[in-house]
Design a binder for this molecule. Structure first.
Ligand code: SAM
Ligand code: SF4
Length: 329
């Protein structure tokens, strides 16, 4: 098992399939994009599947989430999902995506064994989308969402990050839209993980603010407050339910004490935390002929050293060198 020195057990593996993206969300990367990882440094589909199999078969991983960058840009995605679904015990398989390309891929992914999707949608206004993501792709995101629903990838979850004076006035509109469509919306506090290092705590729209904005329009009652467990979202019934909305207070309401996540970057590094400043290289070992046992041992050691929390509030906090898009959000 992947246990750290505080007794937390990692069972949820987030795998970044690529650091590339077809959007440029302002809280994530600069408009000009980033220097993408050179192709030889990326894990191949076979290497990804081997490491995922080690995680599931030997190390107690029960959930796999493919992310990025934009995971749908990875051509082998349907094959990777199918190979993941063939593992025993079969893990839960999900994808976090910006939705572009899902109109074409939702059905084949569902057939391959994908269980769920989280799709990012920060605005319903085309002009605001272009300002925020620097691409005119709102219509593609919306058709991707509809395709996920039609393919049975339910409940379709929507992730929204609010930025002050950019889209914070859209919280209520986003929730109304998701209620109408039957999607489950979750707001995520903006974290200091952008490549530009532009995050400022005083500009962040906090979980408290989001709840106040929503609370003025809807009645929100905590849904199973005792059941949060390792789930980062605090979930509320909207107007008595059954519809729900989640708020992920990653910064102001950290859930590090119950964290069950571990990450594998697209270039084969294990990160025991989004905010880790160190990584453990599995790619080098894998390419120099390490056995499955040796790779599993390295992985166990990488998780053992996980810190107690992200420490964003510590004066000594250092933003990790890799941005979110290269870690795998
Ligand atoms: N491209 C895919 C997408 O946008 O869903 C997957 C990768 S993206 C890095 C994963 C999630 O991280 C998205 O929901 C995105 O909104 C969120 N995200 C990116 N940068 C963030 C930041 N600085 N703070 C909070 N969430 C962020
Ligand atoms: Fe791309 Fe996702 Fe980052 Fe937006 S949040 S730029 S869609 S990786």
């Amino acid at each position: 098992m992947l246990v750290d020195s505080f007794g937390r057990v990692a069972t949820d593996l987030r795998v970044s399939l690529t650091d590339k993206c077809n959007l440029r969300c302002a809280y994530c990367m600069p408009p000009e994009g980033l220097d993408w990882l050179p192709k030889p440094e990326l894990l191949t589909a076979d290497e990804i599947c081997r490491l995922v199999a080690i995680g599931v078969e030997r190390l107690g991983i029960t959930e796999i989430r493919y992310t990025g960058g934009e995971p749908l840009l990875r051509r082998e995605i349907v094959d990777i999902v199918a190979r993941t679904a063939a593992l025993r015990p079969r893990p839960q398989i999900s994808i976090t995506s910006n939705g572009i390309g899902l109109a074409r891929l939702a059905e084949p992914l569902a057939q391959a064994g994908l269980d769920r999707v989280n799709i990012s949608l920060d605005t319903l206004d085309r002009e605001a989308f272009i300002r925020l993501a620097h691409r005119d792709r709102l219509a593609d995101v919306l058709s991707g969402l509809a395709a996920a629903e039609a393919a049975g990838l339910r409940p379709v979850k929507v992730n929204a990050v609010l930025m002050r004076d950019v889209n914070d006035h859209e919280a209520v509109r986003l929730l109304r839209f998701c209620l109408e469509q039957g999607y489950e919306l979750r707001f995520i506090e903006q974290m200091p993980l952008d490549a530009q290092h532009g995050w400022r705590r005083e500009n962040m729209v906090t979980a408290d603010e989001i709840l106040a904005i929503l609370g003025a329009e809807f009645s929100l009652t905590p849904d199973d407050p005792g059941e949060r467990g390792s789930a980062p979202a605090e979930v509320f019934l909207v107007d008595g339910g059954p519809a729900r909305v989640g708020v992920i207070g990653s910064v102001t309401r950290p859930f590090c004490g119950a964290c069950d996540r571990v990450r594998l970057t697209a270039d084969g590094q294990i990160r025991n935390c989004l905010f880790a400043t160190e990584e453990s290289d599995l790619r080098g070992a894998l390419r120099s002929g390490a056995s499955d046992d040796e790779l599993a041992e390295r992985w166990v050691a990488a998780v053992r050293g996980k810190r107690a929390g992200h420490g964003i509030d510590d004066p000594s906090f250092l933003q990790p060198a890799r941005p979110m898009s290269a870690i795998g959000g």
